[in-house]
Design a protein around this ligand. Sequence first.
Ligand SMILES: Cc1cc2nc3c(=O)[nH]c(=O)nc-3n(C[C@H](O)[C@H](O)[C@H](O)COP(=O)(O)OP(=O)(O)OC[C@H]3O[C@@H](n4cnc5c(N)ncnc54)[C@H](O)[C@@H]3O)c2cc1C
Ligand code: SF4
Length: 480
Amino acid sequence: MAGVAFDAGPFWDPDADWVSDEAGSHTLYWTDPRVISGSSPVPLGSNNSGRGVGGSMVHFAGYAPRFHPSDFRTASVDGVGADWPLDYAELRPYYERIEAELPVAGEHWPWGDPHGYPHRPHPVGGNGEVMQRGGLAAGIDVRVGPVAIPNGRFGHRPHCIYRGFCLQGCKVNAKASPLITHLPDALAHGAEVRADSMVTRIGYDERTGLATGVHYVRDGVERFQRAALVAIAGYSIETPRLLLNSTSPRFPDGLLNDHDLVGRYVMVQGAPQTAGRFSEEIRMWKAPPPEVSTEQFYETDPSKPYQRGFSVQTVSPLPITWAEHVAAQGHWGADLRRYMSDYPHWAVLGSLCEFLPLPGNRVTLASMTDRFGMPVADFHYDQCDNDRQLLAAAQEVMERILEGAGATETMTIQRFAHLVGGARMGATERDGVVDRDGRSFAVRNLMISDGSILPTQGSANPALTIMALAARQAERLLHP
Ligand SMILES: Cc1cc2nc3c(=O)[nH]c(=O)nc-3n(C[C@H](O)[C@H](O)[C@H](O)COP(=O)(O)OP(=O)(O)OC[C@H]3O[C@@H](n4cnc5c(N)ncnc54)[C@H](O)[C@@H]3O)c2cc1C
Ligand code: SF4
């Protein structure tokens, strides 16, 4: 049976399409209109979406940590969040497999389920050295990695040249993403990728109760592709939007939405970034942004008033992103120029705080439509008290590390990263849209294979977990 994959965006050619320039990389992002609402609206676009074959990993930072065993049962252990319908031990072999396939480089990892990595850690640049020095001074354990960048040549892929453009698409193909790690194999084995094809609805047969294929628009023409099995992987905004737009007499409120779960429990990680100024030049741009991190604050600490935790990582913004950081503090005009010319002296750390899954944080359909005639997504987000306490605690730790390393001035901006949830998996149809294998409860030949199925998000970056879940789903399809 042949497989066809659809992507709304282009089939990228890294050599021809990508540039070593922040502003010139804007085409990588999903910039179609969306409505954002709620008391803490989450900006979308560059930081929270990808568009094109390979998905958001084409311009992801490259951090590839695993989730901790506790992430799979936060409701039982911490009394917040949700328990997953599978546990860490069931995902471990797929973590190991994907870490070998990307491959991932890093020091031995002492947190969660302690483990090593297939490649040794990369040498670190100025920002990484700041985090190592500051961690030592503040009594915080930090490690190099884990990053999805091979340490050395790997197959046809060259060595990382440490130019720091991971978030703009790695032009030399050192950083992993499905575009270069898995799609070439799939194509060689007969799969077809139909790029520039926007899927607008999933077909459904009332008589059989099965999905029939996908309706999509290519070159302005609406077409239909029949399929024996459909797997959706559009990310946490577009997957719920597609399901909600696929109505029928059997599913008047959207496909798979019998229990009003589609679009709910979308999560972002609170991702504040703290910058520190040093008298010597740090030159944080001269390395991959992800270098050094700590998960010492990942788990619930009974001495704290909040549940769950956060991680801290180096982030190293390039100049335009640095200007946004500085301008967000109200520095403008001559003051902004001064901070910009001082750029080589700054180091920046970022935190990922585990915001809790809340039913009201959801995607619905707005009244406005896009160029395909599809209702635009409305993404509503509110923070809870626990979320806000984590943000404050993470900022305090980042300041401690930077000051321990000798920073003379610090400044913090609030940001959000990494959408997950929106079509969560559950043990039963009352608590999940799909089951532990990604199969929907309501339509048995319809699967969801992206980050929208995550019931909780931990404070680790999610891509490795999303890939491990997809690898497990594929194996369950082959060997039910
Ligand atoms: C700037 C940035 C940095 C990040 N850094 C990290 C990091 O360091 N580590 C980490 O673990 N994670 C990181 N992430 C997050 C990570 O990239 C995502 O969690 C992951 O790629 C999500 O996978 P997904 O399959 O859910 O969706 P995606 O990878 O976003 O794939 C969705 C794809 O579906 C396509 N699509 C959507 N709707 C339709 C439709 N209707 N029809 C056709 N095609 C459609 C899109 O074009 C896109 O290609 C980062 C993300 C961003 C944006
Ligand atoms: S720093 Fe390395 S992995 Fe990142 S974009 Fe440059 S070459 Fe690619």
